[in-house]
Design a protein around this ligand. Structure first.
Ligand code: ADP
Length: 262
């Protein structure tokens, strides 16, 4: 419990720092991107590579914008558009997207729990979080493997389930993303949520995937846990608070997350 407290204090501190920086950068990038876009549109010299240079600069600025966006997510300052959604529908509706993202040599299995507990969250962000986890799972299973996405209703009462994941008692919708890939050594596990912590090559990972997921889950009032065993695999569990309110939007019709480069 003490380790968990220390961990959450650390995340809080990094979150405040990065959130402030990301917020300012976002504003500056908006100025840069706005002006570069105007240039590209208005200034079309017949010869020379000028337009190409501007477009390169614009592409760089857009990548930077994506990074600051993910940092804002980590520091729980991203604008959420909440809806009451049915998690089974959302997860079930991601099948095609997942298969396309994950590739041929990984088996994708979706196990939808009985019942349809609902949660209030931003469905596009939840899709994006699940996609982030799936991409990490893919990267951990380069030789192939199996990705399982499971939904369940979790009623955690004081007496028996609390020790399970050390999540505060309550009623939750549980979404687990499990792979049988490389797993993480303890020193990676300890830092996995840290922004910019990555073990991947510079052009492969930004270290912002799990940070973004962490911030999003917290901002939704939920909890996230990682279980990982070296050479066996990794399970990530997301607990989102259950609501009894009626569904407020058809969940799979949200804007597709493909637009957010990972
Ligand atoms: P990135 O994927 O860009 O490296 P993340 O924040 O998503 O950033 O992940 C941080 C690190 O955690 C990864 O570099 C990897 O070492 C480890 N990791 C995350 N997910 C998994 C997984 N499913 N299996 C093994 N290691 C993982």
């Amino acid at each position: 419990v003490e380790a968990q407290l220390r961990q959450s204090q650390k995340m809080e501190a990094i979150g405040q720092l990065t959130g402030g920086v990301a917020h300012d950068f976002n504003n500056m990038l908006a100025v840069i991107i706005g002006n570069l876009s105007l240039l590209v549109r208005r200034w079309r010299p017949q010869e020379g590579k000028a337009v190409q240079y501007i477009e390169n600069a614009l592409a760089g600025a857009r990548r930077a914008e994506t990074l600051t966006y993910r940092l804002l997510a980590f520091s729980r300052q991203q604008p959420l558009v909440p809806h009451v959604i049915d998690c089974n529908k959302l997860v079930g509706g991601m099948n095609d997207l997942l298969r396309r993202t994950i590739g041929e040599n990984i088996q994708v299995e979706t196990v939808l729990g009985a019942g349809n507990w609902r949660t209030r969250t931003d469905p596009a962000q939840l899709e994006s979080a699940i996609l982030n986890l799936a991409v990490n799972a893919r990267d951990a299973m380069l030789e192939g493997g199996k990705l399982t996405i499971e939904t369940a209703n979790a009623f955690l009462d004081e007496t028996y389930t609390r020790p399970l994941d050390d999540v505060p008692p309550g009623q939750y919708v549980l979404i687990s993303v499990t792979d049988n890939g490389t797993g993480m050594p303890p020193e990676v596990l300890a830092r996995a949520f840290d922004p910019f912590f990555t073990t991947k090559a510079v052009d492969k990972g930004t270290g912002l995937g799990l940070s973004q997921v962490y911030g999003f889950v917290k901002q939704s009032g939920g909890h996230i846990r990682i279980y990982s065993e070296l050479s066996h695999g990794t399970a990530i569990k997301i607990y989102l608070p259950r609501t009894v309110e009626p569904e407020s939007a058809p969940s799979p019709l949200m804007p597709r997350t493909e637009e957010i480069p990972l």
